[in-house]
Design a protein around this ligand. Structure first.
Ligand code: KG4
Ligand code: ZN
Length: 334
């Protein structure tokens, strides 16, 4: 059978990325330009600045990705691009680039939902094993998704308020840690001791999550200690906070897997890089005998490799679109 090469493009937030993936699993080449150093100065992603940088970088990124690989446009079967959710100006840059290439080279266009891409970061190098439970944890999402197959899935639970990554970033800000705070809190958590008592959110039968109460508890605790002139041991607070997050994610995920009889667990999204979360699920998988996998760190944050990997399964199942696709900043996956 002829090899299928997908060219993927990702610009949903603050990474400009292009990738070529062979047969949905083999990364041929990827280029990612991160704007993190720029947005760090503002304490978070500034949408207009993100779009401007995508405009500046997109042609260079696509060009470099193709030039540094052995693949030419003749070999490419389809162009996959993130259509949403994300920042509308950022999304539009990637979409317009994808449409242009699709038109000029007469290649099908494959619109990819950002959550699907994060899930398929797990397929790079190895494919996916169904049925599976996907725990999607990022700056904008906290979702438990049961997947019977590539196109047969059901939302089991989601956050009622803040996403877990958002909660990490807000707690980090209170502790004086620059954006994005998640990786720093994770590191501090491993250096600290669980000395602060924090509430485990939504500690009930529901598969839904809630993180805003936990965030407020951390902020109040820090402010109260400050007002009383008492010492706040930041690494201990990071440790206590992370333990509560891990506990909440782990207990609901394991219960959901039992309910749905899913023996495979995958993590997806930027927070899947978290060491505490990975360690907890690794231990649980050995204890309970389920298969657990998570993406390589470089595929956890936004990148086009996962877009091209996801695009392969859409394309080979005939899911393509014409040139009138638009950015959908609030696109729902389920
Ligand atoms: O998936 P992603 O790149 O962007 C979205 O699609 O939202 O995720 C970014 C989020 C940020 O909130 C960042 O703080 C968080 O992932 N993050 C982490 C870690 N690495 C990144 N959170 C906790 N622990 C980490 N090690
Ligand atoms: Zn993302």
């Amino acid at each position: 059978m002829k090899d299928v090469y997908i060219l993927g493009i990702e610009t949903s937030c603050d990474e400009t990325s292009c990738s070529i993936v062979k047969n949905g699993v083999e990364e041929v080449n990827t280029v990612v330009l991160s704007q993190i150093d720029i947005h760090m100065l503002y304490g978070g992603v500034v949408p207009e600045i993100a779009s401007r940088n995508h405009v500046k970088d997109i042609v260079f990124v696509i060009d470099k990705c193709l030039k540094d690989s052995s693949v030419t446009m003749d070999d490419i079967s389809a162009i996959a691009v993130t259509y949403g959710p994300g920042l509308v100006g950022s999304l539009l840059v990637g979409i317009e680039a994808a449409k242009t290439i699709s038109y000029i080279y007469n290649k099908p266009l494959v619109p990819v939902h950002h959550i699907r891409s994060h899930i398929y970061a797990n397929a790079i190098g190895k494919g996916l094993e169904f049925p599976l439970m996907a725990l999607i944890i990022s700056g904008g999402h906290t979702e438990l998704l049961y997947m019977k197959d590539h196109f047969d899935y059901k939302l089991v639970g989601s956050t009622l308020d803040d996403a877990v990554g958002e909660c990490y970033d807000k707690v980090a800000r209170v502790l004086g840690i620059p954006y994005p705070g998640g990786p720093v809190i994770d590191k501090m958590a491993h250096e600290g001791v669980d000395n602060y008592k924090l509430p485990v959110p939504m500690n009930n039968d529901s598969f839904n999550f809630s993180f805003s109460g936990l965030k407020s508890a951390v902020i109040n605790l820090a402010h109260n200690l400050e007002q009383r002139g008492e010492l706040l041991v930041k690494k201990d607070l990071a440790c206590s906070f992370q333990n509560v997050v891990v506990e909440s994610l782990a207990s609901k995920t394991v219960r959901a897997m039992e309910k749905y009889n899913a023996n495979n667990l995958i993590l997806a999204g930027g927070v899947a890089a978290n060491r505490g979360i990975r360690e907890k699920f690794s231990n649980l998988s050995m204890e309970k005998g389920f298969n657990f996998s998570y993406p390589d760190i470089k595929y956890c944050t936004d990148n086009a490799t996962m877009v091209a990997a996801a695009g392969y399964y859409l394309f080979t199942n005939g899911i393509v679109s014409d040139l009138d696709i638009n950015a959908e900043s609030g696109a729902k996956f389920v």
